[in-house]
Ligand binder design. Structure first.
Ligand code: PMP
Length: 392
């Protein structure tokens, strides 16, 4: 690595914890170590911190404090939302609808529910990865109990029409869950405006600690607990609360609330520079995802005649961390289900590169990537038996 500065452009897969968050968490590991279930003063300090965090997070998403359940992250919140709601409501019906581009946690929970006797429909998306409302509506049946559509896609950054999905769900009397992880800190999240009944959040996507998340559960949309034990979180999520982590999530949300407008503008500037330069200067390059309805931090490309893995490794050699898609599915050699759902063939999906800048990037990180990318592509394409330049 020598003296070359490492450049990190994979904020979608993991974010550093903001140092201001770490500072605020530290007292909760030692001086304020109490258990929120204990009735003495040390316990009271923990309870106060817990409830203050609950109020701050509720406030951020325009919910009431008693609609917030702390979990170990979005995976657990997604499990509670889908499995917990399905079990609680199985007498009303056994049909669930998800989109074809959900995060792997939702996809695998849906498969689990199918094995347990539930019926799952998967709604197709258009070529930009947006859920097609007409097709969603056609899949609704008398026994549909739950619809789950992400707020935005974690790979290609496409923003979903969740307010329209919420309206449809409300009209049909069906519960609506959204996995809002990819949109955190990038889009305003208002559960009332979006008509959301259940929502999953993860602290790290706000630059908070890992291992903490939230399930928002609107009153009257109750779920069965999936972790049974001492009855914390009103019996819905047992286990001693991680007060330090929960305080960390609150601090992260507060910073985000104050800084989001400036941060989003800055990220959008990086994104647009990446997209415009690549599409203008690199032959046979294409943008994946929606041209305008996309997250401010997401630039996702595909290049003819190039393997995504080869690009990633070439960037790695130069000290630049990028991604070919979702880190959560990088262990499978399958092409991204999201790209396939948008209509790409396997070879096209395999030639993709995801660049997601974040809070700690600087202008010269973007300069460096744009300097290295043409070299990397020329070299890989020069060795490729399948690259057949179209635009020369
Ligand atoms: N949903 C989405 C859209 C994600 O990107 C992730 C991963 N960050 C998860 C759910 C799972 O979150 P966690 O790792 O906090 O359980």
């Amino acid at each position: 690595m020598g003296d070359i500065k490492e450049v990190y452009l994979d904020y979608q897969s993991s974010k550093p914890v903001d140092p201001r968050v770490i500072d605020g968490m530290l007292p909760y590991f030692h001086e304020r170590f109490g258990n929120a279930s204990a009735l003495h003063r040390v316990g009271d300090v923990a309870t106060e911190a817990l409830e203050e965090s609950r109020r701050a997070i509720a406030d951020y998403i325009n919910a009431d404090h008693d609609e917030i359940i702390f979990t170990s992250g979005a995976t657990e919140a997604n499990n509670m939302a889908l499995i917990g709601y399905a079990l609680k409501n199985k007498r009303k019906g056994n049909h669930i609808i998800i989109s074809e581009v959900e995060h792997i946690s939702i996809r695998n929970i849906a498969k689990y529910l199918e094995r347990e006797g539930f019926d799952v429909s998967r709604v197709p998306v258009d070529k930009y990865g947006r859920v097609v409302l007409r097709k969603l509506e056609r899949r609704i049946r008398d026994n549909t109990i739950l619809i789950s559509v992400q707020n935005a896609n974690n790979e290609i950054g496409t923003i979903q029409p969740i307010a329209e999905v919420g309206k449809l769900a409300e009209e049909k009397g069906i519960a609506f869950h959204t996995d809002a992880v990819a949109a955190e800190g990038l889009l305003p999240i208002d559960v009332k405006r979006a008509g959301v009944h259940l929502m999953s959040l993860s602290s790290n996507d706000f630059y908070g600690p890992r291992g903490i998340g939230v399930l928002y559960m609107k009153k009257r949309y109750r779920v069965n607990p999936i972790l049974i034990g001492g009855g914390q979180e009103r019996g819905l999520r047992s286990g001693t609360e991680d007060i330090a982590g929960i305080v960390g999530m609150k601090l992260a949300v507060e910073i985000m609330k104050r800084e989001m407008p400036g941060e989003v503008d800055r990220l959008q500037g990086y994104r647009d520079r990446l997209i415009n330069t690549v599409l203008d200067e690199i032959p046979d390059s294409y943008l994946n995802g929606h041209p305008t309805e996309r997250l401010a931090s997401n630039a996702h490309f595909r290049f003819d005649g190039v393997e995504g893995e080869a690009m990633l490794l070439s960037f790695k050699d130069k000290g630049i961390s990028v991604s070919t898609g979702s880190a959560c599915t990088s262990k499978t050699l399958e092409p991204s289900h999201t790209l396939i759902a948008t209509g790409l063939i396997h070879e096209e999906a395999h030639g993709s590169l995801q660049l997601t800048p974040g809070r700690f990037n600087e202008d010269n990180d973007i300069d460096r990537v744009l300097e290295v990318l043409p070299e990397v592509l020329t070299r890989i394409r020069g060795m490729s038996p399948i690259y057949n330049p179209k635009s020369r």
